[in-house]
Structure formats: C-alpha cells, structure tokens
Ligand binder design. Structure first.
Ligand SMILES: Nc1ncnc2c1ncn2[C@@H]1O[C@H](COP(=O)(O)OP(=O)(O)OP(=O)(O)O)[C@@H](O)[C@H]1O
Ligand SMILES: [Mg+2]
Length: 380
C-alpha cells in the first residue's frame, strides 16, 4: 500500500515515540542541500489530528488552525461538499441536521482513522489552508497519534499525510507531545504522569528520559460522556436528544464533583413516545450521575498505570502529581474527583486543548535534538 514506505522492523532501538517517513536514504544525501533551500519556502507544521478537533501549529507562528475534525460529504460518496468549504466549523454545525443526500462525517473514531479517504481530504484541506498557496514546496509534518495504535493504523496516518501533500512525516505519541507542550521535564530521569482526555481516547502515560515508562490508551473520553448523557435523558425524560445537545449539557452544567451551586438547563429533542418536538429541564446533579460511569473508568485506568510504575517513579509522581490535558480535562470538578480517587495532586495543564499541538510545534522547532533523543525511526 505504501510502496517504498513499508514500515521496516524496529532495529534494536529503545521504545520509540517518533517515526520518520522519508525518501530512500542514499538519495536523501544527494537532495539534502536542495531540501535545506526548499525548507525556507515551505511551512513545516505540527498537527494534532484529534477525534474531535484538529489543530495545526506552524513553526515560528504558533497555532494557526483549530477546527472540528468533521467533513460534510455527498451521501454514499467521499466527495466533499461546496468545493471543500464544508470542513471543520461549517461541517460541525451540520452534524445531526443534514438533509438526505448530505452526510456530516467524523472521519476519526477513538483517535484513529475510521475513514481513510475522508481523513486524507480533510488533512489536505487543512494543510492547503495553512500553506495559503504562497509556498510551493511540500511541508515536513509532525503528527501526534494515540499510544495504542497499531502499525497498520500508524501507516494509515503517514500515508494520509503524504497523500495530503506532506514531504516528510514524523509521528509522535500524544502524551509525549502533551508533556513537551506543557513544559514537563520529559527528557529528565524523573517520572511525570500525563493524562490526555480527548473526544475519542484517554491517553495515560508515565514519562521519563524521553520515553513512556508505562502507558495505556483507553477508548473512553468526551464522546462517551456525551453518549452517557443522551441515554440518561432518554431513560429519565423520555426525550431523544442529539449528540451536539448532549455536548452542550456537558459543557454548561456537566461536572464530576459537587458544584458550589447546582444548575439546570433546558434541552430540546424528540419525545420518545409521541415523536413530537419537546423540551425538558435537566439538572447538573443528573448529568453528574450520567457521567459517573465514564469518569470511574478513567480513574481506574489511571490507577492501573500507577500500579505498574516502578517504585522510584512512584516516589516522583507522589511529589509531581498528575497533569491533565485535552478537552475532557476541563470537565468541572474532574481534578477533585481524580485526586480523591488516587490520593494525588491533580492539575489541569495550561491551555489543555492545545497542549498536544504546542508539543508538536516545539518538536519541530527542536527537530535536531528531539528526533535524536526520542529515537526517530526512518522508514525506507
Ligand atoms: N469545558 C469542558 N468540559 C467538559 N468537556 C469538554 C470541555 N471542553 C471541551 N470538552 C470536550 O473535550 C473533547 C475534545 O477534546 P480534544 O479536542 O482534546 O479532543 P481530541 O484531541 O480531538 O480527541 P482525541 O485526543 O481523543 O483524538 C470533546 O468531547 C469536548 O466535548
Ligand atoms: Mg487529543
């Protein structure tokens, strides 16, 4: 499928976090000076290709694109609507509201590519938008991926980015990117625990000496919280609501810990019995009850990782605590709930929604250092 890009077996390197896909080695030496010159005419970028949101960070300019990972296509085809205009924000507004003939698709599920063609088109659209047509040389691209993905899934990401116009692709594990983005001491001989709660996956990793000492990827995150709200409202209010409405409830009155003042909010949908439009008032207490199950699964997964950490690292973690990133980390009272369960200090990293993308940007800035420290692997 990848021509000369088939993954070569891992050649005795330590547990690596970064993969590089380039052109054949010998040819590369010949092209190096040209590539150096071309580098100045292209926009190298770091991408957090998330289940819910895609962020692009450009070298020297920071995060310049942040849009939902949603694409509107003609039903039964992979053809993007409106000349590619229906990608990101425009397409998210269409979710659950499309007439026959149009589908709003989320091409990633649980952090991995579920629809290869649509992901590629979405990436191409974002890369072109960032490139702004001013740069005629293909960019180098760093993409953050979940820790648990298979070699086949890794190749799908690399292939998608290449077909979308990347000259070279590096893959970095999401928790490592998040750790770098939050300026945690990931390259030191000191344990740091990062928990990234996104839309489709919760990534948990203990990082030390530029690698993951223990890590896991749980397919429970923000989307599951929304689904839990949908089924709660159906069961307790006989009301069918859409995922977007469920997300609004979560963002506005969702919590994992008692609120100073409990809230309530009206939500609209279709009556499960009469089939007619109706509204219901839902309380924050109910939403907390609905979210208790996914929150417990996340707590237990973190606990599992902590139990596997070597004792020296456990001592570090006792002092450093847990750093949470990703949109799910913003759920009201989650640090308190996790802290109570784990007996550790839990903090939310700065600007948690963009931590992974910032990490990919820093990785690009220090490509020489990081690609060595993080054991870059070249595919040939
Ligand atoms: N204030 C908030 N409270 C609760 N959840 C939130 C909040 N803000 C955003 N979220 C949730 O965070 C999730 C999106 O987070 P993020 O952008 O980190 O995910 P992603 O990186 O696209 O997904 P993944 O990493 O799983 O591939 C969504 O489920 C969204 O509803
Ligand atoms: Mg993410």
């Amino acid at each position: 499928m990848l021509g000369n890009g088939q993954a070569s077996p891992h050649r005795g390197r330590p547990d690596n976090t970064v993969y590089e896909r380039g052109e054949p080695g010998n040819m590369m030496n010949f092209f190096k000076p040209m590539e150096w010159a071309f580098g100045h005419m292209s926009v190298d970028m770091g991408i957090d290709l998330g289940t819910a949101n895609t962020l692009v960070c450009v070298k020297g300019r920071g995060i310049i694109l942040n849009e939902p990972s949603v694409v509107a296509v003609k039903s039964g085809t992979k053809e993007i609507l409106l000349d590619g205009m229906a990608v990101g924000n425009t397409a998210k507004a269409m979710l659950g509201k499309t007439p026959g003939g149009i589908e709003a698709v989320r091409p990633l599920k649980h952090g991995v590519i579920a629809d290869f063609d649509v992901t590629e088109k979405m990436l191409r659209y974002f890369i072109t938008k960032v490139h702004e047509g001013r740069h005629w040389v293909k960019p180098q691209v760093v993409i953050a991926v979940p820790v648990g993905i298979t070699p086949v899934e890794r190749r799908a990401v690399i292939h998608s980015a290449e077909r979308a116009g990347a000259r070279r692709v590096y893959l970095i594990d999401e928790p490592m990117a998040a750790g770098i983005g939050c300026e945690m001491p990931v390259t030191e001989a000191r344990g740091s625990l990062v928990v990234d709660i996104g839309g489709g996956t919760t990534e948990i990793a203990v990082l030390s000496l530029a690698g993951a000492v223990v890590s896991t990827s749980l397919r429970v995150a923000g989307d599951d919280m929304d689904e839990a709200i949908v089924s709660h409202v159906r069961r307790h209010h006989n009301l069918l609501i859409g995922e977007q409405s469920a997300e609004k409830l979560k963002l506005n009155i969702g919590s994992a810990w008692p609120m100073k003042q409990e809230l309530s909010m009206e939500v609209g949908g279709r009556d499960a019995v009469s089939g007619l439009p109706r509204k219901a008032a839902v309380t924050s207490l109910e939403i907390r009850e609905a979210l208790a199950h996914p929150v417990r699964l996340i707590c237990e997964a973190i606990r599992g990782v902590l139990e596997e950490a070597p004792p020296e690292i456990s001592a570090d973690l006792y002092d450093a605590g847990v750093t949470m990133v990703g949109g799910g980390g913003l759920l009201y009272g989650l640090p308190e709930a996790l802290g109570d369960h784990l007996g550790l200090q839990v903090r939310v990293g700065d600007e948690p929604l963009s931590a992974v993308a910032r990490g990919t940007g820093i990785f690009l800035d220090k490509l020489d250092v990081f690609s060595k420290v993080l054991a870059a692997e070249e595919f040939d």
